[in-house]
Design a protein around this ligand. Sequence first.
Ligand SMILES: [Zn+2]
Length: 487
Amino acid sequence: MKQIVLAIVCSFSFIGMSQSTDLTSQLYDTYENYKETSIGKRRIKRADIQPLIDKYSSNEKFKVTTVGKSIGGKDLSLISIGSGKTNVFLWSQMHGDEPTATQAIFDILNFFNSVDFKVEKEAILANLTVHFLPMLNPDGAELFQRRNLLGIDINRDALLLQSPESKTLKRVRDSLDADFGFNLHDQSTYYNAERTEKPATISYLAPAYNYEKDINETRGNAMKIIVFMNDILQKYAPGQVGRYNDDFEPRAFGDNIQKWGTSTILIESGGYPEDIEKQEIRKLNYTSILSAIYTIAKKSYETISIKEYEKIPENDRKLFDLKITNANYNLMGNSYTIDLGINQIEVDYPEHDSFWYSSRILDQGDLSTYYGYETLDASAYTIKQANVYPKTLNSLAEVKALNFKYLLQQGYGFVRMTTIPNNEINSPFPVHLIGPKYKIPELKLEPGINPTFLLEKDGKFEYAVINGFLVDLKTESIKVPNGMIYK
Ligand SMILES: [Zn+2]
């Protein structure tokens, strides 16, 4: 313990260098012991967290209260632990399709329920009472949508409280008169740290409480906690932190909760390369939020300089899933050079428990101010139309037996079937499936179309783009999550 305290004191004397502590790395390294494995994908629903809430209801260390109901009649539960005078209140998923912090909350609860980190936990629970309200918008979560059943954005309802979920959030905030509030969201994966190719894996905001954007003690303390957390993130996701614009939004909860006297920290979980289900980001939430709770308990944040807050790069939205630069493209007999920005867009299956992709060209032209999770310099390549495989097949089993890499190398990106089974929503193969009469349109690049074409060099197809996914035809195995169906 002594060592840990010493480490914190030392690191605070070098503000702006490293404030991450030994405790933080221990939390990061032992994360798997506390990860709540029953909720491992983004599309979680209220029923998925009920058994976890039940577990804490029957555990005397925790106090579980039903504090309200959603429009659809689902419980809103508050889980509290600790006996300290300082109240810390964390709420998540007021936007139904923003589940990352809900998962992290249950990881944090597992941490508190364990026998490890005894000294640190005693310090937290003696000084703080920590309250969690996970999944404030369970009806939205059911449909994996931002808005609630009334069709409103709860984060624009802090003043009029037109929705029961908003009333609950306000009432709980007021009853706790919390000293610190963590307003937990997800943001688009297409945000980046300004003028860098780094995704904004986490973005922060100490919301303003007036149009003048004044900084009083309440907001200043939120800024200090953000500086502390940013420092932790820089260790595990260097350069991948953004800061939100602090324009005052009079209807938003963060801005108002700050105004009502709770130091409010907005955390937005964004994107991280090859982390589709955002489980690495969840781990970063767990590590940084728990560390922040500890620093609040120890009051060690107090000496942090708020000047560091302004140095966090601003959020920007300049990322594509796939960026192709300098491709040669023939149009009406002439050759042009063009960049393409492509996003792999998720579409939910009817039950909203999983998804498939229907990708789109988002933009084209000079995209030199944009970045990609994946990029290809296509200056040596010419974009070519993907063609229809000449043989019509009768069953999915026949399609499955095809050598797709060979097909794509021959320039075939579409396979015709005599009938496409009615229950198929998309093609499970790295080619599109088309019905007996479907005529594929001539390739004309424009924003909005499904990106499907070949990249030719010296008469050979070396790459394919199928449903927005880049396929390197020189590699052994090829992978596209799904193709489209055109009947
Ligand atoms: Zn949100």
